[in-house]
Write a protein that binds this ligand. Structure first.
Ligand SMILES: Cc1cc2nc3c(=O)[nH]c(=O)nc-3n(C[C@H](O)[C@H](O)[C@H](O)COP(=O)(O)O)c2cc1C
Length: 316
């Protein structure tokens, strides 16, 4: 009986996820600003990738650049300039300068007109291809491994608050995270008000003996409107998870202790969570992070032994 109930509940969850995906993803192109931005990002990334190839076909990127100009113009008309349009304009400039880019005069003229109208955006950022260099790391592998091995989940924190600068530093690490087609759908929500933290934790099955001693609660979300095809229906969660891990390592790099808290994902609960946390309805909560400076008192964490992992060498 219990199993049957779980299966029915599961069906309801999948159906709810399905409705959420149809409504908020790129499957339906509504007027949402994020969707417009997402399609610009996808297209400019395709052009940037093209620019990085050492062998190019004559006239490559004609349709992509044409549609990018169209989308950027529409976006600028409706919302004005944003960082994404500035990047798109600089990528189009690099495309125009590429010797294999389209020779179609009409398309080239459309790009030129866009560049001319937005001269203030040019060279604000660098777009196109960059030379890859082997990094000169000043740290040994053992030191880096030690850094990773020394992180563990800590569930007790001191009362010293995490400063804005420390959050900004951790975010600097998080934004180095790669994302599918560089769509950067992850978002960081920071809560420091005790009452809101308590309500969010309560929504997520409560304190469980450790959550309420946090000074700050981070919620990592991923915006669904950056994804749309059938094959990328879970991509928001993947990109958000990777971003979350790097954010946590950014805290660790500053000697800030932390622990993830799994997001308990049920349709009604999730809706309420977003309401309490003032999170856009199209965002998917990925994971919670509780964090703080290390406590001065002696604390313990589970060993969480790692199993030996071998890799599976696949030959033929
Ligand atoms: C996505 C995710 C969700 C987690 N959720 C919880 C949680 O809800 N409660 C908790 O106490 N620990 C949680 N953890 C922490 C894990 O228990 C912990 O990472 C694991 O035991 C490995 O230990 P370590 O982090 O100390 O290396 C979570 C970890 C991850 C990655």
């Amino acid at each position: 009986m219990k199993k049957a109930k779980t299966i029915i509940k599961l069906l309801w969850c999948f159906f709810s996820d399905f409705c959420f995906y149809v409504k908020n993803s790129l499957v339906i192109s509504s007027g949402r600003k994020e969707k417009k931005e997402a399609v610009i990002m996808l297209t400019m990334h395709a052009l940037e990738k093209g620019l990085s190839f050492s062998q190019k076909k004559e006239d490559w990127g004609k349709e992509k650049s044409k549609s990018l100009v169209f989308m950027v113009n529409n976006y600028l008309k409706k919302y004005g300039q944003c960082e994404t349009t500035v990047v798109a304009i600089n990528i189009l400039k690099a495309y125009l300068e590429d010797s294999f880019s389209t020779k179609d005069l009409q398309v080239r003229q459309q790009i030129e007109e866009l560049l001319e109208k937005n001269r203030d955006s040019i060279n604000k950022v660098y777009g196109g291809a960059k030379e890859v260099e082997m990094p000169q790391l000043h740290t040994s592998f053992d030191d880096i491994l030690y850094f990773y091995q020394k992180r563990c989940s800590v569930r007790k924190f001191s009362e010293t608050p995490i400063s804005q600068g420390e959050i900004e530093n951790a975010l600097k690490v998080a934004i180095t995270t790669p994302s599918a087609c560089n769509r950067q759908s992850s978002r960081l929500h920071v809560y420091s008000e005790k009452e809101i933290i308590n309500r969010l934790i309560q929504n997520q099955l409560g304190d469980q003996g450790w959550c309420n001693n946090t000074q700050v609660l981070f919620v990592i979300t991923s915006h669904q409107s950056y994804f749309g095809d059938t094959y990328e229906r879970y991509q928001a969660l993947i990109d958000g998870g990777m971003f979350a891990m790097n954010f946590l390592m950014g805290l660790h790099a500053q000697n800030i202790a932390s622990c993830f808290k799994m997001f308990v994902r049920e349709p009604v609960r999730e809706k309420e969570f977003k309401k309490i946390g003032n999170i856009d309805s199209a965002e998917i909560p990925v994971v919670l992070i509780l964090a703080g400076h290390y406590s001065k008192t002696k604390e313990f964490s589970p060993v969480s032994h790692r199993l030996n992992q071998s890799f599976y060498f696949k030959e033929k």
